[in-house]
Design a protein. Structure first.
Length: 367
């Protein structure tokens, strides 16, 4: 089968959407090496994350060759290119579909990650919200099938875009294969808490800091924050400075998956009380590394964390603090969350299972 993908984010995005695109191609090529995977992108940004996909066995990277370039090619020129390449099924990996695909004879599926611009509109400029809404609506209306990365996202898609439920399916987001490899040994390091993710108001780092203020003195561990941010990050840093907590929060540079896996492995816990997530990838990564998790009791996070994560009200620093304290003081609970969390994540987000689910969608659409 010849399967085409919108690979713009694979080659040019190095946060959530790019991660999802790369891991999707990883699990499909590993489980189904005999198919052909066509990666369509308006441009290629080469670095350590993207270089493995150039010349990867079974993969063909396609960029525009004619007059039409950039987003115009991706939106309006892609269908003709896919016809030339005899594509059987096209997968829009990041919420969007090219114009004209519906009448092309090429079967199509789109993955919708979240609708954060609707649930957290204050984080987006009104113009961006309008554009995103139009793109999401067009994709949901014209794709033959819709994949949502969580039950939470499926619920939101059904609520906001009025599509028939039989057209929508949940297939969880795959995780970097490195997290399924042999676990690392814990190093003899001073204990620390961990936060991983973009530093914005939706992800609630300020709630973590406020919970840290409430911790008993003998449990006041430092927090390591891995993630970029803008004005909200500066707001959090200002709060930390006002409270005299600078020595308790560390901001290392961004790192590769191997370095992040090492951080998860040695942390006392991941603290991730986000207000809204389409999936909540750090929760799953942490559990696969044997790192206990305190997360939120809202949106998709109970799905990602499962029954072995501790789930707090993200609006309550007191509740977050209580869950953190329990993990640091209850040895039996801590061991249960480590063992149960790893098993839950390994079984629920097994990459071979997710690859087979994706291929099942492609085969059904092709036939």
């Amino acid at each position: 089968m010849r399967i085409g993908f919108d690979a713009k984010r694979l080659y040019n995005n190095f946060t959530g959407l790019g991660y999802h695109s790369r891991t999707t191609i990883d699990i499909l090529t590993a489980e189904f090496p005999n198919n052909e995977y066509w990666l369509y992108t308006p441009k290629v940004r080469l670095n350590g994350a993207t270089l493995p996909y150039i010349g990867k066995k079974g993969c063909h990277t396609v960029t525009p060759k004619g007059v039409m370039r950039g987003s115009a090619w991706r939106t309006y020129g892609l269908v003709n290119q896919m016809k030339k390449d005899s594509i059987d099924v096209f997968h829009g990996l990041s919420n969007e579909m090219p114009v004209g695909l519906f009448h092309s004879g090429i079967a199509s599926v789109v993955t919708i990650h979240d609708v954060a611009f609707k649930t957290f509109p204050d984080m987006y400029h009104w113009h961006d919200r309008k554009i995103y809404d139009m793109k999401w609506q067009y994709a949901c209306n014209h794709a033959d099938h819709i994949i949502c990365i969580s039950e939470c996202t499926k619920k939101d898609v059904l609520e906001f875009y009025n599509v028939p439920e039989h057209k929508v399916e949940v297939i969880y987001q795959p995780v970097n294969p490195i997290y399924y490899q042999k676990p690392m040994e814990r190093a003899d390091l001073p204990p620390y808490l961990l936060y991983v993710g973009s530093v914005n108001s939706r992800k609630n780092l300020l709630g973590v800091v406020k919970a840290m203020e409430l911790m008993p003195k003998d449990l006041q561990l430092p927090l390591v924050v891995v993630g970029g941010g803008g004005s909200y990050k500066q707001k959090v840093k200002q709060y930390i400075a006002e409270k005299g907590m600078e020595s308790r929060v560390m901001w290392p540079d961004m790192m590769d998956a191997d370095g992040l896996k090492r951080l998860y492995t040695n942390a006392e816990m991941l603290v991730y009380p986000s207000f809204y997530e389409g999936f909540g990838l750090p929760v799953v990564e942490a559990q696969l590394c044997g790192c206990p998790v305190v997360t939120s009791n809202v949106s998709s996070l109970p799905e990602g964390g499962g029954p072995f994560s501790l789930q707090a009200d993200p609006n309550s620093p007191e509740d977050i603090c209580e869950k953190m304290t329990r993990l640091l003081t209850d040895t039996e609970l801590r061991q249960k969350t480590i063992e149960g969390g790893r098993q839950y994540a390994s079984e629920t987000f097994d990459p071979r299972k997710l690859a087979r689910q994706l291929m099942g969608v492609y085969e059904k659409l092709k036939n």
